[in-house]
Write a protein that binds this ligand. Structure first.
Ligand SMILES: Cc1cc2nc3c(=O)[nH]c(=O)nc-3n(C[C@H](O)[C@H](O)[C@H](O)COP(=O)(O)OP(=O)(O)OC[C@H]3O[C@@H](n4cnc5c(N)ncnc54)[C@H](O)[C@@H]3O)c2cc1C
Length: 448
């Protein structure tokens, strides 16, 4: 099999990338390990979509995101773009998103290959000649001209032996994993302020006794669901490496056990949850951080805090530096940027309680954004591989900002355009002029 552009991974970044280059006329193959698109938004039940928002007047991300929201809205899976972009997060129905995203890509004639895991690559002198996939039909080799790695874990860059980093600089530990899930049958009218407060106190007590391993004591919200009586929850943490198959397996088992215990607690103690039930568990544990490619530029935490603008900007980021404790601690540490070097205790909780930074001190200046340079998508030495989504070139702090879905969509959109230009001009990806990407982005309503 031989294709022009091969996109690997059909999550937020991969969907946007495949859509963008197909729209420009390239023959695109999208390879996805599951039987549906959406990545963490559907396979992880993650929501709402964050990072799209500059303020109530202006989005920070548009283009593919806008078209996806418009399509999903038409199919009754989220609200209108005009309203959605004015909010901090865009809630959606994960099941409708599976259908709307697929429709959007098929309309642009993207060829989709599901149930296929990319498991190897033949890369010579920085040029990928072919990749290998494994599926029910066996193993297949596919040749291509330009490749986009949107696997979240930089799997293809890794198989191709491009350099990468992982986790905190001093010990390589990555942000904790954690699964989102949905509970339905909730009588939401009963969730008064008083009930929420009482439930929070109970959950806190059980956490302190070690009976529940939860970091969040809220009662869920409308993230990847918009259905009445259903809420999505983001409360668990599991410390481990999302590229280690044993950690992934243990995480799945432990988190499911915790989810059951958590739901039983709510059902037995919290008014409104009497008739509730677990309506959806994710097919895949939520992985926040694994490999980052070492690219021609490494985005830093400082770039984010300063709202740094760069000439070769191809996407805007606005989200804060949101690091979930790599040790999986479930106390109130959510803004973990103090670098603790020991496993024995939490430096912030034990020594710096007063230091806990506020969200506002961890984001770009108010109403401002930072650039994501095109160079962050190009692994050092790569001739025909671009990387998009959460595994682009960024340090541990910067990745914790650019990992949100709207920003992943934005880097995916631009990777698709960059790949098309490289294909069209028959040049290597590092020779693509970012100004040309910006011009096409403007036509496709993207922001940079
Ligand atoms: C618990 C949790 C809560 C979060 N909360 C939010 C939130 O509220 N809002 C927000 O915006 N973001 C949130 N995030 C972050 C966000 O979901 C991810 O960072 C984002 O989805 C990354 O997008 P991506 O396209 O880079 O990768 P992914 O969404 O991971 O998509 C990668 C795709 O590639 C496929 N794939 C992977 N490897 C292969 C392979 N080798 N071959 C073939 N296919 C492959 C996967 O199946 C998947 O479909 C959260 C993450 C977690 C874990």
């Amino acid at each position: 099999m031989e294709k022009d552009i091969i996109v690997m991974g059909g999550g937020p970044a991969g969907m946007a990338a495949a859509w963008a280059c197909a729209k420009l006329g390239a023959k695109v193959l999208l390879i996805e390990r599951y039987g549906f698109l959406g990545g963490m938004a559907t396979a992880g039940l993650v929501g709402s979509i964050l990072g799209h928002y500059l303020n109530e007047e202006e989005p920070a991300v548009s283009g593919f995101l806008k078209f996806l929201i418009e399509k999903t809205n038409k199919m009754e899976g989220c609200e209108k773009w005009e309203n959605a972009f004015k909010k901090y997060g865009i809630s959606f129905d994960s099941e409708i998103l599976k259908i709307s995203s697929e429709k959007l890509l098929l309309e642009e004639k993207v060829e989709i290959l599901y149930h296929s895991f990319v498991c190897d690559s033949l890369c010579i002198d920085g040029e990928i000649k072919e990749i290998e996939i494994a599926n029910k039909s066996g193993k297949m080799k596919i040749k291509g001209k330009i490749f986009i790695d949107a696997t979240g874990d930089a799997d293809i860059a890794y198989f191709s032996k491009f350099e990468y980093t992982k986790g905190r600089p001093f010990d390589g530990k990555t942000q904790s994993m954690g699964s989102m899930f949905k509970i339905a049958g909730i009588d939401e009218a009963k969730l008064t302020e008083e009930v929420i407060k009482e439930a929070g106190n109970l959950l806190k007590r059980l956490r302190e006794k070690g009976e529940l391993k939860i970091y969040n004591i809220g009662l869920g919200g409308k993230g990847s669901t918009i259905r009445k009586g259903e809420r999505s929850f983001n409360v668990m943490r599991f410390s481990g490496d999302g590229t280690d198959i044993f950690d992934l397996t243990n995480g799945e088992i432990e988190i499911r056990k915790q989810i059951y215990k958590y739901w039983k607690t709510l059902k037995e103690n919290v008014p409104g949850f009497e008739n509730s039930y677990i309506s959806q568990l994710p097919p895949n544990i939520g992985v926040r951080e694994t490999r980052q490619i070492k690219g021609l530029y490494i985005l830093t935490g400082e770039d984010i805090l300063k709202g740094k603008k760069q000439e070769d900007s191809i996407a805007r980021g606005t989200y804060w530096i949101d690091i979930h404790c790599p040790l999986g601690r479930t106390k109130n540490v959510h803004l973990c940027i103090k670098e603790c070097k020991t496993e024995e205790y939490c430096l912030i909780l034990d020594k710096h309680k007063d230091y806990l930074p506020s969200q506002d001190s961890l984001r770009p200046p108010k109403n401002d954004w930072f650039s994501i340079p095109y160079r962050c998508l190009i692994p050092i030495g790569s001739k025909n591989l671009l990387v998009a989504g959460r595994c682009i070139s960024a340090d541990h702090k910067a990745m914790s900002s650019i990992r949100v879905m709207a920003t992943c969509i934005a880097t995916g959109h631009s990777a698709g355009i960059g790949a098309y230009i490289a294909l069209d001009k028959n040049i290597s990806v590092d020779k693509v002029n970012p100004k040309e990407i910006q011009k096409i982005l403007e036509k496709q309503e993207g922001l940079y």
